[in-house]
Design a protein around this ligand. Sequence first.
Ligand code: GAL
Length: 423
Amino acid sequence: MKFYKLFGMMVLVLLAVTAVAVSAQDEAAGDLEIFSWWTGGGEAAGLDALIARFSELYPDVNIINSAVAGGSGVNARAVLATRVQAGDPPDSFQVHAGSALLNLYGADRMEPLNFLYEESGWMDQFPEGLLDLISSDGNIYSVPANIHRSNVMWYVPGNLEEWGVTVPETWDEFINETCPTLQEAGIVPLSVGQTWTQMHLWENVALAGLGVDGYNGLWDGTTAWDSPEVMQVFETYGQILDCTNDDRDALDWQPPAQMVVEGTAAFNVMGDWAAGYFLTDLELEPGVGFGWTTPPGTDGVFIMLSDTFGLPIGAPNRDAAVAWLKFLGSPEAQDIFNPIKGSLPANTTAAIDDSELYNAYFQDAYEDWTSNTIVGSLAHEAVGAGEFQNGFSEIIAQFSAEHDVETATIVAAELAADTLVTD
Ligand code: GAL
C-alpha cells in the first residue's frame, strides 16, 4: 500500500474516532442548573474548578451556578425542598449521603443512577459503605463528590507553644486546665459560630462522651436522649460553650476558623472544609500555618459525611445533568475538586497516593478514613436529617442561650420519639 493511501486511511480513522468522541460530548447542550451551598471561602473555589473543566469538555453546556449562601446548607436546603416539592428542581443538586438523600428525597424524587455506575465502571470504584448510604432497594441515587470529616480540631502549633498549652487529651482537661490558662491570657480557648456549627461541636462532644455504640444508639433508639449519659454530654458541652467566643451565634464557619489562624482563638472544631479554606483561600502551609488533631475522645473514629449530587425526576436538562454526574464521579473531577475543597476523593481510583496533589493533611485523613471506625454526622445529615435535625437545631440554639441540660434532654427525647425511624 502506498504511503499516502495508508496515511489517508489513518486520517479517516482518526476523524471517525474524534467524531464519535465529539458527538458523545455534543449531545449535552443548553442550560444546566447546578444547585449547592458552596459560595464562601474554601467552598466556591472547588466548585468553580469543576465548572471550568466541565465547560471545556462540554462547551455547548451553559452552567448556571445557583449556589445559595450559608454554611452547611442552612439556607439552601429550605430553598431546595420548596423547589423540589413544587416540581421545579434544578438539574442537579448537592445533597448529603445518608438520611438527607434517602429519607428526604430518595425514590420519590430521584432517578436511580445504576446505569451510570455500570457504564462508568464505578460499582467497584466507590467504597461499599458509601454506596450503602446512597442506595435503597438496590437503586443508587446519587454520585459522591467527596468524603468529608467532621471530627477535626484545628490549631496553630506555634501559637500553642507561645501560650504554653498543649492539645488537650480529654474535654475535662480542656475545661479545667487549657481553658482557664487561655482565658487568663485573653485568648478565646475554642472558637465556634452559629447554631449549625454548635451542633457540629455537639456531635463531637457526644461521640467522646458516649463512645461509638452509644453515639450510634442515638439514631437506632438504643441510647435514650434523656439518659444520664446524654445529660452528661450536655453538661460537658455547656462547660465547653463557656470557653467559646461570645459572638458565636452571629458567625458562619469561616470567621471562627479564621480566629484560630489569626491567633485570637486557640482551637476550633470544624469539618475539613476548613483545610480547604486554609490551603486554598488563605494559602497556609499544613503543619505550620495550621495544625490538626481529633477532638478529645474521638481518636480512632471518623465522623463522616459526603457531598453528593443526584438527578432529580423532572430535571429540565436531563442529558446535561447526566454528563455532569458522569464527570463528577470520574477520578479526573475528584482530583480537581478535593485538593481544593479539603475533602478526600470518594472514587478510590483517584490519585490520593500522589502526595504532591494531596498534601500531608489529606494523607493523614486518608489513613484514618481507611482504618478508623466510621460513624455518621448529624450536623451534616448522614444521620437524623430532616425533622429531627431541624428540631435539634432549636434545642441547640436555646441551649446556647440558657444552658438548661434538663430541658434540652427532655425535649430531645420527645423529638427523637416523634421523628427518628428506629426500626
Ligand atoms: C457541609 C458540606 C461541606 C461544606 C460545609 C460548610 O455540610 O458537606 O461541603 O460545604 O457544609 O458549608
